[in-house]
Design a protein around this ligand. Structure first.
Ligand SMILES: Cc1cc2nc3c(=O)[nH]c(=O)nc-3n(C[C@H](O)[C@H](O)[C@H](O)COP(=O)(O)OP(=O)(O)OC[C@H]3O[C@@H](n4cnc5c(N)ncnc54)[C@H](O)[C@@H]3O)c2cc1C
Length: 402
């Protein structure tokens, strides 16, 4: 009996993991990518330190994921089967040692992605995975029990037939790495529903006043609580020419996007109540803004924001200032353009998929990685989910019963 032939399309971490599991289960595996090499976004991710996962109690880890109608139990089950311990063990088996930073983020000792990727691909070649680069999938269809995929390649268009196909086509950011999101149109044409890909883990644009931005561009705003709707995050923001960047605003992305008019409210003095701030202004009668700057120890950027807020107002009280500094509202225009952000939200809808990540109305087609409709903050959660979904579908597609 001939071996089951599985095509993996997309050679990012999710596709590579799916291929590794499927070949390990005895299938013939062909791996295709539109680009001339594997894992281009993975390599970009490694430029500033490849944060492959996070070392924290697993029940906390699992709370980091969201998405439209994310099926929590199914999702947790997928991650449980390839968790952060499994990921570090897998890296160790490739000869890549990892360490946990004080933040809980886990990195390879060498920090970079290249050594890990090189060893991973060497292992796959030893296992006889066939790599086909510059092969862009442009169409696919079911043909009886097989799937026919049309590729555009330098040699022209080519139709190939497989028993199973696992798509791992990525999200929509960093086009130059191959993650163009162009697959969305193809999937929609074939009636596979997709929630639009949108910027995630990103800064937001603000219409700053010219004078304000001249004084404050690049300035940090430290020790804040940032709120969006009912959610809040602690951390630091940076004022940029186009708006705001920083951990809290990245992590609040889903909450901000759910608001009809995107905005954040900032508490610049989390260590003080409104009453305590008012008490510190005792006997201040004139130059209230200036007094607030001194007595509340406001940094220059926070003071500039306060000045901008009260620029055209007269007759404000100490109470007004205290209230403003505890809940300073900033209207946000839109997230930064998708091409420059770390990850995208949206993707293949969960209602399209069964528990094996197979498309319900398209037997033998599976989807994994960032092209699915989940999102997570930075901190290693993105790669962990790519590995776990790749592993899950790789196992399902190569199991005898399926
Ligand atoms: C600057 C930056 C830093 C990051 N840092 C981290 C980090 O430290 N930790 C973390 O967890 N995550 C990080 N990420 C996110 C992480 O890199 C991605 O979530 C991850 O690479 C997604 O993996 P994937 O396999 O789903 O898709 P991708 O890695 O995007 O791979 C998709 C592949 O599909 C191919 N493809 C697309 N369309 C087609 C087609 N039609 N035909 C054939 N091939 C196609 C592409 O060429 C690509 O190779 C970072 C991302 C960026 C941009």
């Amino acid at each position: 009996m001939s071996k089951r032939h599985i095509a993996i399309i997309g050679a990012g971490p999710a596709g590579l993991k799916a291929a590794e599991v499927a070949v390990g289960n005895g299938c013939t595996v062909s791996l295709f990518d539109a680009m001339p090499s594997s894992g281009r976004k993975f390599l970009v991710a490694g430029k500033s330190g490849l944060n492959i996962t996070h070392d924290e109690p697993w029940e906390h880890f699992l709370t980091k994921y969201s998405g439209h109608e994310l099926p929590t139990n199914q999702w947790n089950e997928i991650l449980n089967q390839f968790d952060n311990t499994a990921l570090c063990k897998w890296a160790a088996e490739l000869g890549i040692e990892t360490f946990t930073a004080s933040s809980g983020k886990v990195f390879p000792k060498e920090m970079k992605a290249a050594p890990l990727l090189r060893r991973w691909i060497e292992k796959m070649r030893r296992l006889d995975v066939q790599f086909f680069y510059r092969h862009q999938v442009i169409d696919f269809r079911a043909n009886g029990n097989t799937v026919e995929v049309t590729f555009s390649s330098p040699a022209g268009d080519d139709v190939k037939s497989f028993d199973k196909v696992i798509f791992a086509l990525g999200g929509g950011s960093w086009r130059k790495t191959g993650s163009t999101g162009e697959w969305v149109a193809l999937f929609e044409k074939l009636d596979i529903a997709v929630n639009p890909l949108t910027s995630a883990n990103c800064g937001w644009e603000v219409d700053w006043d010219d004078t304000f931005i001249k004084e404050t561009e690049g300035k940090p705003l430290k020790n804040l609580i940032v709120r969006a709707g009912a959610q809040s995050r602690i951390g630091e923001l940076v004022i940029t020419r186009y708006g705001l960047e920083g951990g809290p605003i990245y992590r609040l992305g889903p909450a901000i996007r759910s608001l009809t008019s995107p905005k954040v409210s900032i508490d610049f003095k989390p260590s003080h109540s409104e009453e305590q701030l008012i008490a510190k202004m005792e006997s201040a009668k004139r130059n209230l803004l200036h007094e607030a700057k001194l007595r509340w120890k406001l940094n220059p950027a926070t003071y500039a924001l306060l000045q901008m807020h009260y620029k055209e107002q007269e007759g404000y009280s100490v109470k007004d200032l205290a209230r403003t500094i505890k809940s300073y509202s900033i209207d946000l225009k839109k997230p930064r353009p998708i091409d420059e952000v770390i990850s995208s939200a949206g993707g293949v809808k969960w209602s399209e998929l069964d528990e094996n990540l197979m498309v319900k109305n398209f037997p033998n087609i599976y989807c994994v990685g960032e092209m699915l409709d989940w999102e997570a903050p930075t901190g290693g959660y993105l790669l962990q989910a790519c590995f776990a979904t790749g592993s899950h579908a790789g196992k399902a597609a190569s199991s005898i019963g399926n």
